[in-house]
Design a protein around this ligand. Sequence first.
Ligand code: 48F
Length: 260
Amino acid sequence: MFQVREAEITRAIVEVALEKLRNYSEVDVVIVGAGPSGLTAAYYLARTGLRTLVLERRLSPGGGIGGGGMLLPCILVEKEALPVLEELRCRYRQVTENLYAVNPPEFLARLTLSALEAGADLILGITVEDLIYRRTGQSIEIRGVVINWSAVQLSGLHVDPLAIEARAVVDATGHDAEIVRLLEKKLPETGVKVKGFSSMYASEAEKLVIEYTGKVVEGLYVTGMAVATLYGLPRMGPIFGGMLLSGKKVAELITQDLRK
Ligand code: 48F
Protein backbone atom coordinates (compact mmCIF):
# COMPACT_ATOMS: atom_id res chain seq x y z
CA MET A 1 0.00 0.00 0.00
CA PHE A 2 1.17 3.52 -0.81
CA GLN A 3 4.63 2.58 -1.99
CA VAL A 4 5.85 6.05 -2.79
CA ARG A 5 9.00 7.95 -1.94
CA GLU A 6 9.11 11.65 -1.15
CA ALA A 7 11.81 12.26 -3.76
CA GLU A 8 9.64 10.56 -6.35
CA ILE A 9 6.72 12.87 -5.51
CA THR A 10 8.95 15.92 -5.85
CA ARG A 11 10.39 14.76 -9.18
CA ALA A 12 6.95 13.99 -10.58
CA ILE A 13 5.53 17.40 -9.65
CA VAL A 14 8.54 19.30 -10.98
CA GLU A 15 8.59 17.31 -14.22
CA VAL A 16 4.90 17.68 -15.02
CA ALA A 17 4.65 21.32 -13.98
CA LEU A 18 7.81 22.48 -15.71
CA GLU A 19 6.88 20.73 -18.91
CA LYS A 20 3.54 22.50 -18.78
CA LEU A 21 5.11 25.92 -18.18
CA ARG A 22 7.64 25.30 -20.94
CA ASN A 23 4.84 24.47 -23.39
CA TYR A 24 3.07 27.67 -22.47
CA SER A 25 5.98 30.02 -23.15
CA GLU A 26 4.16 30.83 -26.42
CA VAL A 27 0.42 30.46 -27.02
CA ASP A 28 -2.22 31.95 -29.29
CA VAL A 29 -4.28 33.63 -26.57
CA VAL A 30 -3.66 34.50 -22.93
CA ILE A 31 -6.75 35.37 -20.93
CA VAL A 32 -6.09 37.20 -17.69
CA GLY A 33 -8.74 36.32 -15.10
CA ALA A 34 -10.86 33.20 -14.63
CA GLY A 35 -14.16 34.93 -13.90
CA PRO A 36 -17.31 34.31 -15.97
CA SER A 37 -16.22 36.42 -18.94
CA GLY A 38 -12.69 35.02 -19.11
CA LEU A 39 -13.81 31.39 -18.82
CA THR A 40 -16.52 31.86 -21.45
CA ALA A 41 -13.98 33.44 -23.79
CA ALA A 42 -11.61 30.52 -23.13
CA TYR A 43 -14.33 28.00 -23.97
CA TYR A 44 -15.22 29.58 -27.31
CA LEU A 45 -11.60 30.26 -28.29
CA ALA A 46 -10.35 26.78 -27.46
CA ARG A 47 -13.19 25.26 -29.46
CA THR A 48 -11.80 26.86 -32.60
CA GLY A 49 -8.46 25.13 -31.98
CA LEU A 50 -6.57 28.21 -30.75
CA ARG A 51 -4.06 27.48 -27.98
CA THR A 52 -5.69 29.28 -25.09
CA LEU A 53 -4.30 29.78 -21.61
CA VAL A 54 -6.14 31.38 -18.69
CA LEU A 55 -4.07 32.86 -15.87
CA GLU A 56 -5.76 33.41 -12.52
CA ARG A 57 -4.30 35.19 -9.51
CA ARG A 58 -6.32 33.25 -6.95
CA LEU A 59 -6.16 29.55 -6.13
CA SER A 60 -9.61 28.88 -7.56
CA PRO A 61 -11.48 29.87 -10.71
CA GLY A 62 -14.83 31.68 -10.80
CA GLY A 63 -14.04 35.32 -9.97
CA GLY A 64 -17.24 36.98 -8.73
CA ILE A 65 -19.41 33.87 -9.20
CA GLY A 66 -18.87 32.50 -5.71
CA GLY A 67 -20.11 35.71 -4.09
CA GLY A 68 -23.53 35.50 -5.78
CA GLY A 69 -25.53 38.64 -4.99
CA MET A 70 -24.36 39.97 -1.62
CA LEU A 71 -23.22 36.46 -0.72
CA LEU A 72 -26.64 34.94 -1.37
CA PRO A 73 -26.21 31.63 -3.21
CA CYS A 74 -27.89 32.49 -6.50
CA ILE A 75 -26.60 33.68 -9.85
CA LEU A 76 -29.05 35.26 -12.26
CA VAL A 77 -28.79 35.11 -16.03
CA GLU A 78 -31.12 36.81 -18.51
CA LYS A 79 -32.95 34.85 -21.18
CA GLU A 80 -30.68 36.28 -23.92
CA ALA A 81 -27.79 34.23 -22.50
CA LEU A 82 -29.64 30.91 -22.15
CA PRO A 83 -28.05 29.46 -25.31
CA VAL A 84 -24.64 29.81 -23.59
CA LEU A 85 -25.88 28.07 -20.43
CA GLU A 86 -27.25 25.30 -22.60
CA GLU A 87 -23.95 24.84 -24.41
CA LEU A 88 -22.22 24.64 -21.03
CA ARG A 89 -24.82 22.11 -19.89
CA CYS A 90 -25.48 24.22 -16.81
CA ARG A 91 -28.91 23.65 -15.27
CA TYR A 92 -31.14 26.66 -14.65
CA ARG A 93 -34.65 27.48 -13.59
CA GLN A 94 -36.91 30.34 -14.60
CA VAL A 95 -37.63 32.88 -11.84
CA THR A 96 -39.35 35.74 -13.72
CA GLU A 97 -40.19 36.29 -17.38
CA ASN A 98 -36.59 37.34 -18.14
CA LEU A 99 -34.52 35.98 -15.28
CA TYR A 100 -33.13 32.49 -14.77
CA ALA A 101 -31.33 31.23 -11.67
CA VAL A 102 -28.28 28.99 -11.63
CA ASN A 103 -26.48 27.43 -8.70
CA PRO A 104 -23.13 29.28 -8.24
CA PRO A 105 -20.92 26.20 -7.67
CA GLU A 106 -22.47 24.37 -10.60
CA PHE A 107 -22.13 27.43 -12.81
CA LEU A 108 -18.46 27.91 -12.04
CA ALA A 109 -17.73 24.20 -12.29
CA ARG A 110 -19.49 23.91 -15.65
CA LEU A 111 -17.78 27.01 -17.03
CA THR A 112 -14.36 25.82 -15.91
CA LEU A 113 -14.82 22.25 -17.10
CA SER A 114 -16.26 23.34 -20.45
CA ALA A 115 -13.25 25.58 -21.08
CA LEU A 116 -10.83 22.79 -20.10
CA GLU A 117 -12.64 20.14 -22.12
CA ALA A 118 -12.67 22.43 -25.14
CA GLY A 119 -8.86 22.43 -24.89
CA ALA A 120 -8.05 25.58 -22.93
CA ASP A 121 -5.84 25.38 -19.87
CA LEU A 122 -5.94 27.32 -16.63
CA ILE A 123 -3.08 28.04 -14.25
CA LEU A 124 -3.99 29.23 -10.78
CA GLY A 125 -1.91 31.33 -8.41
CA ILE A 126 -0.29 33.44 -11.14
CA THR A 127 -0.61 37.21 -11.37
CA VAL A 128 -0.09 39.10 -14.60
CA GLU A 129 1.98 42.09 -13.60
CA ASP A 130 2.97 43.59 -16.94
CA LEU A 131 2.74 43.35 -20.72
CA ILE A 132 5.15 42.58 -23.56
CA TYR A 133 4.92 45.14 -26.36
CA ARG A 134 6.45 46.06 -29.70
CA ARG A 135 6.35 49.36 -31.55
CA THR A 136 5.36 49.11 -35.19
CA GLY A 137 5.63 52.53 -36.82
CA GLN A 138 3.44 54.81 -34.73
CA SER A 139 1.41 52.10 -33.10
CA ILE A 140 1.90 49.82 -30.12
CA GLU A 141 1.24 46.11 -30.38
CA ILE A 142 0.80 43.86 -27.33
CA ARG A 143 2.65 40.57 -27.71
CA GLY A 144 2.13 38.83 -24.39
CA VAL A 145 2.19 39.06 -20.61
CA VAL A 146 4.71 39.24 -17.78
CA ILE A 147 3.90 36.88 -14.93
CA ASN A 148 4.84 36.07 -11.38
CA TRP A 149 3.52 33.83 -8.63
CA SER A 150 0.74 35.59 -6.70
CA ALA A 151 2.53 34.46 -3.52
CA VAL A 152 5.65 36.37 -4.60
CA GLN A 153 3.58 39.47 -5.24
CA LEU A 154 1.91 39.17 -1.84
CA SER A 155 5.25 38.72 -0.08
CA GLY A 156 6.69 41.90 -1.55
CA LEU A 157 9.98 40.09 -2.31
CA HIS A 158 11.94 41.26 -5.31
CA VAL A 159 11.74 38.29 -7.69
CA ASP A 160 12.13 38.91 -11.41
CA PRO A 161 9.20 37.63 -13.45
CA LEU A 162 8.87 35.35 -16.49
CA ALA A 163 6.90 36.14 -19.63
CA ILE A 164 4.53 34.40 -22.05
CA GLU A 165 4.28 35.44 -25.67
CA ALA A 166 0.79 35.48 -27.15
CA ARG A 167 -0.83 36.62 -30.38
CA ALA A 168 -3.70 38.06 -28.34
CA VAL A 169 -4.12 39.02 -24.69
CA VAL A 170 -7.54 39.43 -23.06
CA ASP A 171 -8.19 41.62 -20.03
CA ALA A 172 -10.87 39.69 -18.13
CA THR A 173 -9.80 41.02 -14.73
CA GLY A 174 -13.20 42.38 -13.70
CA HIS A 175 -13.86 45.63 -11.82
CA ASP A 176 -10.19 46.60 -11.53
CA ALA A 177 -9.45 46.29 -15.26
CA GLU A 178 -5.84 45.67 -14.27
CA ILE A 179 -4.42 45.03 -17.71
CA VAL A 180 -5.81 48.11 -19.43
CA ARG A 181 -4.67 50.10 -16.39
CA LEU A 182 -1.15 48.83 -17.06
CA LEU A 183 -1.47 50.13 -20.59
CA GLU A 184 -2.66 53.52 -19.37
CA LYS A 185 0.18 53.80 -16.88
CA LYS A 186 3.10 52.28 -18.75
CA LEU A 187 2.32 52.96 -22.40
CA PRO A 188 0.60 56.38 -22.29
CA GLU A 189 1.29 56.90 -26.00
CA THR A 190 -1.58 54.44 -26.66
CA GLY A 191 -3.93 57.18 -25.43
CA VAL A 192 -5.85 54.65 -23.32
CA LYS A 193 -7.69 56.30 -20.42
CA VAL A 194 -9.52 54.16 -17.88
CA LYS A 195 -12.69 56.00 -16.90
CA GLY A 196 -13.93 53.81 -14.03
CA PHE A 197 -17.37 52.23 -14.03
CA SER A 198 -20.41 54.33 -13.22
CA SER A 199 -23.39 53.75 -10.88
CA MET A 200 -25.92 50.97 -11.38
CA TYR A 201 -28.27 50.71 -14.37
CA ALA A 202 -28.55 46.97 -14.99
CA SER A 203 -30.27 46.76 -18.38
CA GLU A 204 -28.21 49.54 -19.97
CA ALA A 205 -25.00 48.12 -18.49
CA GLU A 206 -25.67 44.64 -19.90
CA LYS A 207 -26.33 46.01 -23.37
CA LEU A 208 -23.32 48.35 -23.37
CA VAL A 209 -20.84 45.89 -21.89
CA ILE A 210 -21.43 43.60 -24.87
CA GLU A 211 -21.42 46.48 -27.35
CA TYR A 212 -18.05 47.85 -26.11
CA THR A 213 -16.35 44.45 -25.77
CA GLY A 214 -13.45 44.24 -28.19
CA LYS A 215 -9.98 45.36 -29.17
CA VAL A 216 -8.26 48.09 -27.17
CA VAL A 217 -4.98 48.23 -29.10
CA GLU A 218 -3.42 45.72 -31.49
CA GLY A 219 -3.07 42.44 -29.58
CA LEU A 220 -5.07 43.48 -26.50
CA TYR A 221 -8.79 42.90 -26.00
CA VAL A 222 -11.15 43.56 -23.11
CA THR A 223 -14.15 41.58 -21.88
CA GLY A 224 -16.55 41.47 -18.93
CA MET A 225 -16.70 44.02 -16.14
CA ALA A 226 -13.32 45.42 -17.24
CA VAL A 227 -15.14 46.81 -20.28
CA ALA A 228 -17.40 48.91 -18.02
CA THR A 229 -14.37 50.12 -16.04
CA LEU A 230 -12.43 51.06 -19.15
CA TYR A 231 -15.21 52.97 -20.87
CA GLY A 232 -17.07 54.43 -17.85
CA LEU A 233 -20.21 52.33 -18.38
CA PRO A 234 -22.77 51.72 -15.64
CA ARG A 235 -22.38 48.69 -13.35
CA MET A 236 -24.87 45.86 -13.73
CA GLY A 237 -24.74 44.33 -10.26
CA PRO A 238 -25.27 40.62 -9.66
CA ILE A 239 -26.46 39.59 -13.09
CA PHE A 240 -24.32 37.51 -15.43
CA GLY A 241 -25.83 37.32 -18.93
CA GLY A 242 -23.68 40.23 -20.11
CA MET A 243 -20.51 38.52 -18.84
CA LEU A 244 -21.26 35.35 -20.80
CA LEU A 245 -22.16 37.18 -23.99
CA SER A 246 -19.19 39.53 -23.68
CA GLY A 247 -16.85 36.53 -23.30
CA LYS A 248 -18.42 34.90 -26.34
CA LYS A 249 -18.09 38.09 -28.38
CA VAL A 250 -14.43 38.66 -27.56
CA ALA A 251 -13.68 35.06 -28.56
CA GLU A 252 -15.38 35.58 -31.92
CA LEU A 253 -13.48 38.83 -32.57
CA ILE A 254 -10.12 37.27 -31.71
CA THR A 255 -10.84 34.21 -33.81
CA GLN A 256 -11.60 36.45 -36.79
CA ASP A 257 -8.50 38.61 -36.23
CA LEU A 258 -6.11 35.70 -35.79
CA ARG A 259 -7.38 34.02 -38.93
CA LYS A 260 -6.56 37.08 -41.10
O1 48F B 1 -14.28 39.73 -11.23
P1 48F B 1 -14.50 38.65 -12.20
O2 48F B 1 -15.56 37.69 -11.94
O3 48F B 1 -14.64 39.36 -13.65
P2 48F B 1 -15.72 39.25 -14.84
O4 48F B 1 -15.52 38.01 -15.62
O5 48F B 1 -17.13 39.10 -14.09
C1 48F B 1 -17.66 40.06 -13.24
C2 48F B 1 -18.73 39.38 -12.39
O6 48F B 1 -18.11 38.37 -11.59
C3 48F B 1 -19.53 40.30 -11.47
C4 48F B 1 -20.26 41.39 -12.16
C5 48F B 1 -21.38 41.19 -13.10
O7 48F B 1 -21.78 40.00 -13.42
O8 48F B 1 -19.97 42.55 -11.95
O9 48F B 1 -18.64 40.88 -10.52
O10 48F B 1 -15.68 40.55 -15.54
O11 48F B 1 -13.13 37.84 -12.40
C6 48F B 1 -11.92 38.46 -12.62
C7 48F B 1 -10.80 37.51 -12.22
O12 48F B 1 -9.56 38.06 -12.63
C8 48F B 1 -8.58 37.77 -11.62
C9 48F B 1 -9.35 37.87 -10.31
O13 48F B 1 -8.71 37.17 -9.28
C10 48F B 1 -10.70 37.28 -10.71
O14 48F B 1 -10.77 35.89 -10.45
N1 48F B 1 -7.49 38.75 -11.77
C11 48F B 1 -7.60 40.10 -11.59
N2 48F B 1 -6.43 40.69 -11.85
C12 48F B 1 -5.56 39.70 -12.22
C13 48F B 1 -6.24 38.47 -12.17
C14 48F B 1 -4.18 39.69 -12.63
N3 48F B 1 -3.46 40.79 -12.71
N4 48F B 1 -3.61 38.50 -12.91
C15 48F B 1 -4.33 37.34 -12.81
N5 48F B 1 -5.65 37.31 -12.46
